[in-house]
Design a protein around this ligand. Structure first.
Ligand SMILES: [Zn+2]
Length: 309
């Protein structure tokens, strides 16, 4: 079975033809049309599908999409990144292409990708976190994707890890996302940089999250303070997920996971502070190995999970 897989992002749309072994037989990337244009996205996807079908016959379409997704109907209830409200994505694209279309939240697609083709292969209990502009999460328990009754659950990035912490984009305070997203890590460093004029980061016009990790590797005091706070926040969240779901595996993905050489050891040393003793040593924390292709493989896995289990 071959799947036309779509990683629908706010900046780029990445598509691929993926087989059951997770091999990407064909792929393309195009710029996402301006926000608020779902019909243009459907047109672009149909054109890309036609192009792929000159070489490959696909059976289904799987789409990983940011935002709140009604997965049963393939309806995008609300996507801030795309500025879509109640758009029937599966129905529209199915009408254009004649193929069945399955849509999941992109973080749910990520955990499915890990289960089918990544570190979670042969595991039945997986928690996955994506550290990007925001923090997304997905949970697989007993091989089943946990989504809640409207399909919008497992918002792992909005667990509160600092009750009096910074304001989050969701309106709450001290969410994991408000401390450990790439944007938040950069902001925490920028807020403190004046007090550390000798820091490597003080020389930057604009600080990016990667700069903070790079400075940490050089022994920078400011970077150490920021990443101690960030890693405590992540460890509190991971501790909670471990106690809720008793996973075998926790996978870190997204842009920040590229700095897993720093982040994972800092988090690992702190998680025991935040779990009951019976959970210590019962799970692994690893970096995603799917890298650039995580989105496309995750989107393909949406279909494999629904059709092959
Ligand atoms: Zn939040």
């Amino acid at each position: 079975m071959k799947v036309f897989a779509v990683d629908l992002g706010g900046t780029f749309i990445k598509v691929g033809v993926v087989d059951e072994n997770g091999s990407i037989l064909w792929k393309r990337s195009v710029k996402t049309p301006p926000p608020g244009n779902p019909e243009k996205v459907v047109t672009a996807l149909n054109e890309l599908l036609q192009e792929s079908q000159r070489e490959f016959q696909v059976s289904y379409i799987g789409i990983g999409c940011p935002g709140s997704i009604d997965r049963d109907r393939g309806l995008v209830r609300y996507s801030p990144n795309l500025d879509w409200h109640d758009f029937p994505l599966a129905e529209s694209l199915s009408r254009e292409t004649g193929l069945e279309v399955y849509v999941e939240n992109d973080a749910n697609a990520f955990v499915l990708g890990e289960k089918w083709f990544g570190a979670g292969k042969a595991k039945e209990h997986i928690v996955a976190l994506t550290f990007g502009t925001g923090v997304g999460g997905g949970v697989i328990s007993h091989n089943v994707l946990i989504t809640g009754h409207l399909g919008i659950g497992a918002e792992l990035g909005h667990i509160i890890v600092e009750p009096n912490g910074p304001r989050c984009g969701c309106g709450s305070y001290g969410c994991l996302e408000a401390i450990a997203s790439a944007r938040s890590v950069a902001r925490l460093a920028a807020e403190m940089v004046e007090r550390y004029p000798d820091s490597f980061l003080a020389k930057k016009n604009e600080i990016a999250a990667e700069d903070v990790f790079e400075a940490f590797r050089k022994g920078d005091t400011l970077a150490k303070i920021v990443l101690e706070r960030v890693s405590h926040a992540v460890a509190r969240a991971v501790g909670a997920y471990v106690q809720f779901f008793n996973p075998q595996l926790i996978v870190f993905g997204g842009g920040l996971a590229r700095s897993s050489d720093v982040l994972i050891p800092l988090v690992k040393e702190k998680v025991p502070l935040y779990v009951m003793p019976s959970f210590i040593g019962t799970f692994e924390i690893v970096q995603s190995q799917l890298l650039e292709d995580a989105g496309i493989k995750g989107a393909a896995s949406i279909v494999f999970q629904r059709k092959l289990i």
